[in-house]
Write a protein that binds this ligand. Structure first.
Ligand SMILES: NC(=O)c1ccc[n+]([C@@H]2O[C@H](COP(=O)([O-])OP(=O)(O)OC[C@H]3O[C@@H](n4cnc5c(N)ncnc54)[C@H](OP(=O)(O)O)[C@@H]3O)[C@@H](O)[C@H]2O)c1
Length: 269
């Protein structure tokens, strides 16, 4: 698996598995947790080592169960979770400490590889205060890297200017319906990796049709073309699939190279 080197030197797989509907009844985001780990087991078998969960998904324990029951060592996994930007989680140091402790316990681990603030809110100083508590958890070893999600330039800049630790990652929506190129370029300029959420969804069916000629040329699927495109431009991706075959397809994206003309075309989609 190709890795990227984050701004603190930590290596992170450039492709991982989104999990926001895993371990839930009917794979419904809002569904009850049933602790079913079958999608995670097939993903781990297929070679996925980076797993993206969040407190809001309520399934950190499902991820933890799959990781601890797997034959793969904990050290080979790269676990990502997120603290919600809601008052009950971030109103003071004790609430943030409790959230980090709950994530560690849920995932049955001593450390989390990357912990993100899931969403920004309308108060830069409060977000900085939250960040400083997360920095403390980097110092005490609970969190290896910290980052943010859905942050804009102003919010990133505030952290860059006032924090001790620079965010390692900004997880943002990115796919042909919304590439989010400006914030990705801003991150690159400032040593912050962008991580695309929703890389295979939320866009029009016509995009898939337009990708067919490229898919045929490379003997790949439209999904593999899109993932290869993002990886080529150093965007970390977390495609999610409940299907073992599609999981295998989505990780099999490192053996071809799009031409510049083809990349330019994809960028216009
Ligand atoms: N930070 C945030 O605010 C935020 C927001 C949303 C999501 N996320 C994270 O990002 C992850 C990914 O986003 P997402 O789950 O919304 O959507 P996604 O990964 O863009 O797409 C998932 C959908 O694509 C289908 N799919 C996957 N591989 C395919 C393939 N090779 N061919 C055809 N269809 C395929 C899946 O269906 P099947 O299951 O049937 O294959 C599923 O319906 C989430 O799981 C979550 O971890 C973060």
């Amino acid at each position: 698996m190709k890795t990227v080197k984050l701004n603190n030197g930590q290596l992170m797989p450039i492709l991982g598995m989104g999990t926001n509907t895993f371990g839930k009844v009917d794979n419904n985001y809002q569904g009850d947790i049933n602790m079913d780990t079958k999608e995670l087991e097939s993903a781990i078998d297929a070679g996925y080592r980076m797993l993206d969960t969040a407190i809001s998904y309520r399934n950190e324990a499902v991820v933890g169960k799959a990781v601890t029951e797997s034959v793969v060592d904990r050290g080979e996994f790269f676990l990502v979770s997120k603290i919600p930007g809601r008052p009950e989680y971030v109103k003071d140091e004790a609430s943030i400490d409790a959230a980090v402790a709950a994530s560690l316990e849920g995932m049955q681990t001593d450390y989390i590889d990357l912990y993100l603030i899931h969403h920004p809110w309308d108060n830069l100083d409060e977000m900085l205060a939250t960040w400083k508590v997360l920095e403390k958890h980097v110092e005490n070893g609970h969190l290896k890297s910290i980052g943010v999600s859905n942050f804009n330039e102003e919010q990133l800049t505030y952290l860059i200017e006032h924090a001790t630790i620079r965010p390692a990652v900004n997880q943002v929506e990115s796919h042909p319906g919304l590439w989010n190129d400006e914030i990705i370029a801003f991150g690159k300029e400032h040593g912050i990796y962008s991580m695309s959420w929703g890389p295979l969804s939320r866009f029009d069916d016509s995009v898939r049709e337009k990708l067919e000629p490229l898919a045929n040329k490379y003997h790949k699927t439209w999904a593999q073309i899109l993932l290869n495109y993002q990886i080529d431009r150093d965007v970390i991706v977390i495609p999610k699939s409940h299907d073992a075959e599609r999981q295998k397809q989505n990780i099999d994206v490192f053996d071809f190279e799009l031409t510049q003309e083809e990349k330019d075309f994809i960028q216009t989609l």
